[in-house]
Structure formats: C-alpha cells, structure tokens
Design a protein around this ligand. Structure first.
Ligand SMILES: Cc1cc2nc3c(=O)[nH]c(=O)nc-3n(C[C@H](O)[C@H](O)[C@H](O)COP(=O)(O)OP(=O)(O)OC[C@H]3O[C@@H](n4cnc5c(N)ncnc54)[C@H](O)[C@@H]3O)c2cc1C
Length: 511
C-alpha cells in the first residue's frame, strides 16, 4: 500500500517550503534551528508543542562534560548496552559531537541544573560507568529543552510553526521527495511542495497497551516512510522501561519513574521487601534496562502479582522534592509520598531502538527524505539504548540533517507536488477504536518483554488481518491514519522479531 489517502481526497490548499520538518520534539526543533536562515522551513506538529516524548523526558541527556570522563568511555558504555549491534561509526559521531551540541544548548540558555559551585550537575543512570547525565528543572529536562528551542524557533523569521496538523503521506516523483500531504483539524487536506522532508515524528508507544509515550505516538512518520519505500532496521528492538508507575486503571500513557530514582539510591523490592535484582547483574538495580525489565517480569510471573516496588525512603523528603519535583508531585497526587511509601512499578513500553534506516547525515534511502530522533535508526542504539542517549541522538543527528540540507541548497529540481491519481476505496466498515485496542492487546500479549515463536506467529496472523481490513477501506479521520500506522508498524515489528531467533539486547526469545 503506497498511500494512506485514496482517490476521493481533494486538496483545498497548496503551499511550498524549502524544507519541511514533521515533528516539534527535540529532533524536529533542533533540526529547524540548524538550517541556514535563508531557507524557508515549516515545522508541523500533530497536536500542541507540549504533547511529545521530548516534553516528557525526565532523566536527562547523556554527554561527556566532566574532566574525568572521555568520549571513548561513553562509546564503550553505548556499545555494551547495544549488545554489539551498534553501528560504531554512528556511535563515534554521537559521543564525539555530543559535547559541542550541549555547548550550543547552553548558549541557547537551556537551564541545566548546576551544583552549589556553579558546575553542571551530573547524575548516573543504568549502564553508565560515569556520572554524565545532565538534567534541567530537576526531572523536567525534556520540557525545559523543548521550551527553550521552541522559543528561539518562534523568533526566527524563516521558521513557520503549524500545530494541530496531521501529516499523512510522503509524495515522491522521479527525483525523490516532491512534497507531503497534511490535514488540519477540520479534515481539510493540503499538498505541501518541498524537496527536503525531515521526519521527526517520535516513537511508536501506542502499539502497546501500556507505554510511557503519549496518545499521539503512533509512528506516523515511520509508517509513511515505509510506504514511500524507505528501509527499516532493528524493528524488533523495543525498549520496555522497567519502572512505569503501576496503576489499577487502564491509562493511555503510563507515568514514568525515571531511572535516576534508582541512580540516586532507589532499590527494587518485591512485596516481601526482598531486593530481587541482587545477584542477577553486577550493577543490580542499575543494570541495563532490558535486564531489569526481565528481572521484574520474571519476578511478577513468580509471584503472580501485578507490580513490584521502588524504595527510595532512605532519602530525606526535602531532597526528593528538590531532585524529583515531577515524580514527587505526581505520586503525591495519587496518594503516594515517595519519602515514606514504596512506589508501585511494572515494565511498560518506552522507546523504539529501530526505525527508518539512515546514513550518518540522517538521510534515508529515498532521495530528499531525512529521518531523525526516535523515528530514525541511525545505528547508535543497536539492540538496546543506553539510558539518556536518545535526546543526545536527536541533537547530534538533527544538526547533521540540517547541515546536509544546508550543503546541498539550492536544490536542483523545483518541486511542484500534486495528489497522485488513486483508486477510490470503499468507506471503511470497522470500529477504529476497537481495532486500535485489539492491536494493542495482541502486541502486549505476544510481542512484549519475553517472546516465543508460537506467540509471534499468532500475532503476525492477527495483526496482518487487521492491516488487511484497514487497507480494504478508507476513512478520512485522524483515527484511521493512526490505526493504519499502528498496524503497519506492528506487522513490521512482529516480522523482525520472528526473523531474529536469538535473544539479544532488548529482544528476548524464550524459545
Ligand atoms: C516519559 C519519557 C521519559 C524519557 N526520558 C528520557 C531521558 O531522560 N533521556 C533521554 O535521552 N530520553 C528520554 N526519553 C526518550 C526521548 O524523550 C525521546 O526518544 C525523544 O525525546 C524523541 O524526540 P523526537 O523529537 O524524536 O520525538 P518527539 O519528542 O516524540 O516528537 C514527535 C513530534 O512529532 C509530531 N508528530 C507525530 N506524528 C505526527 C503527524 N502524523 N503529523 C504531524 N506531527 C506529528 C508530534 O506532534 C511531536 O511534535 C523519554 C521518553 C519518555 C516518553
């Protein structure tokens, strides 16, 4: 299926930009800010700026800034977490160019937290052998960074920001990208002409029943790139965060209890008060995320319970309030004072290591089509992401995408995109909400922390059938676009998980 739209769609508007960025998280905004100001750029967001994975990021950004640290050590930690499947050239780019991009953020006045001596305050997270995680607003690093980048972007004459607009399809011609199709809140379609399209649409969390990602994280950029012929990599590698805040009610987004709570001394305990990660890994609670997630998953299978606990009651309330204001207040809102009570947690989907395969300039196989941030697979994460490397990846490869675009401007062939002639599909005869929940149920049952061949085969049959239902009809709603994206991505995740028979990194095959 090449397009989500069908032949009944008419564009009521046309526009043209030198560069279009889809996504206003850290990857999209930072890419736009690094473009040559002579280029007219439009940044689209599906909803408002505060709805993204970037906005929610708590822990921080992993980067070498301390005198006793070295990019080579950061490289080693990243390679170990990636279980040998990282692209070493991409990791070198990440760790070597990281400090320069952080200096740029500091110049832009991202308010990183400082020690009493006025130095950058650095903490440690799982898999890191040095304290190198910078944070802002205590545990609101993503929000503080997005706010700063968005403010600066709003002052640039060449950047136009359009929110509440859904990107639907990539348009191509013989020269590569020719434009894209977007749709506004009223369902009006628009054809946007451009020769340079950067997909920075974030994660795919809504593929699963429980995820730390917001409702909009349906992987639309990834699905559209697949339809446009881009290559994928590492789709089987999904990071399940070990410590989503457990809730008895179904929530569209799980609240995250950041790894830095364990970094600051939080201990994982079962309902009998026993530390079950000790002896499972030399770093115990601070072992790489996949090991902790499986440790909890197995502990829950053993006990038959729905959650375990983090115990951070050894720390004074004052300190917890200051260091983890977001977590402290959210838990308190739910009746848990983390200075006195244990925090109930369970594994939840959190991050996508794989994605649209790119080169070191964030360019995909489709000429003119770039991908960066969580949508992309630059190769830095391999089979598992080292904690807090993702925001760094957004910055480093977002800037690289922009520099590459700057280097080839002005573009040879002007673009004049139009809607392709397409057949009209029948109106979709299905309840989209039920299909979305069904997809999430299947993926959470058979493609979660621990996988088996028989479970994956069953999942493939079921998700393929849902995808066929969606392809057979058309519905001009946002719910249709999102459910189609989820189905396309689910099929690709399950196929990759079946193809990789060995357990490695975040992909664990029990058989
Ligand atoms: C709770 C949480 C905590 C995290 N903590 C950390 C951390 O401490 N450190 C770290 O490094 N990483 C962390 N991560 C991961 C990190 O935040 C993300 O990987 C990263 O911010 C992704 O940025 P992005 O710009 O690629 O995508 P996002 O920030 O998710 O932005 C995606 C953008 O794309 C837009 N979009 C999506 N689909 C469409 C569409 N169809 N049409 C138009 N626009 C669209 C959205 O509106 C949004 O603006 C965390 C993630 C979560 C969820």
């Amino acid at each position: 299926m090449r397009y989500a739209i069908d032949g009944s769609v008419r564009a009521t508007r046309h526009s043209r930009y030198d560069v279009v960025v889809v996504g206003a998280g850290i990857a999209g905004l930072y890419t736009a800010l690094n473009l040559d100001p002579s280029m007219k750029c439009c940044v689209f967001a599906k909803e408002t700026i505060d709805i993204s994975n970037s906005w929610l990021a708590q822990g921080g950004i992993a980067v070498v800034t301390a005198p006793d640290d070295d990019p080579e050590l950061h490289f080693k930690d990243t390679i170990v977490a990636g279980a040998g499947l990282c692209d070493e050239d991409a990791v070198h780019v990440l760790v070597d160019e990281g400090p320069m991009n952080i200096r740029k953020l500091i110049e832009m006045h991202v308010p990183f937290d400082l020690t009493e001596n006025g130095e950058l305050d650095r903490t440690r997270e799982g898999g890191h052998h040095k304290n190198r995680i910078l944070h802002a607003g205590g545990d609101a690093t993503g929000r503080e960074t997005v706010k700063t980048l968005a403010f600066i972007a709003s002052q640039r004459d060449n950047i136009i920001f359009r929110d509440n607009t859904v990107f639907v399809d990539v348009l191509t011609d013989e020269a590569g990208v020719s434009g894209l199709v977007v749709k506004d809140d009223d369902g009006q379609y628009e054809v946007v002409s451009t020769r340079r399209l950067v997909l920075a649409t974030g994660g795919i969390g809504q593929v699963f029943e429980t995820s730390t990602n917001p409702d909009i994280a349906t992987g639309d950029g990834l699905a559209a790139a697949i339809r446009a012929g881009a290559e994928l990599r590492g789709m089987e590698f999904i990071q399940f965060h070990p410590t989503g805040l457990w809730s008895a009610d179904r929530e569209s987004r799980s609240f995250l209890i950041s790894e830095s709570v364990r970094g600051e001394g939080g201990l994982l305990k079962n309902s009998e008060g026993v530390r079950f990660m000790v002896g499972k890994h030399e770093l115990a609670e601070l072992a790489p995320r996949d090991i902790v997630a499986r440790g909890i998953y197995n502990e829950l299978r053993r006990s038959g319970e729905s959650h375990v606990f983090i115990d951070i009651t050894s720390k004074p309330e004052e300190e917890l309030r200051r260091r983890f204001p977001t977590i402290f207040n959210e838990c308190l809102r739910r009746g848990i004072n983390i200075a006195h009570d244990l925090i109930p947690v369970c594994p939840v989907q959190h991050y996508m290591m794989g994605g649209v395969k790119t080169d070191l300039h964030a360019l995909t196989k489709v000429p003119g089509l770039y991908a960066c941030g969580e949508t992309a697979s630059t190769g830095v994460h391999g089979a598992n992401r080292l904690a807090s490397n993702s925001m760094l990846e957004c910055l480093v490869f977002g800037r690289r995408a922009a520099e590459h675009i700057n280097s080839v401007h002005p573009f040879d062939t002007p673009s004049d995109a139009a809607l392709p002639p397409l057949p009209v599909r029948p109106a979709l005869d299905a309840d989209l909400k039920s299909l979305r929940h069904e997809l999430q149920r299947i993926m959470s049952k058979d493609c979660f922390v621990i996988r088996t061949k028989s479970g994956l085969e069953e999942a493939l049959r079921e998700v393929t059938s849902i995808l066929e239902t969606l392809k057979a009809g058309f519905d001009p709603s946002k719910a249709y676009d999102e459910t189609l994206s989820l189905a396309i991505i689910s099929v690709n995740i399950v196929k990759s998980a079946l193809a990789r028979r060995e357990s490695i990194g975040a992909h664990y095959r029990e058989d």
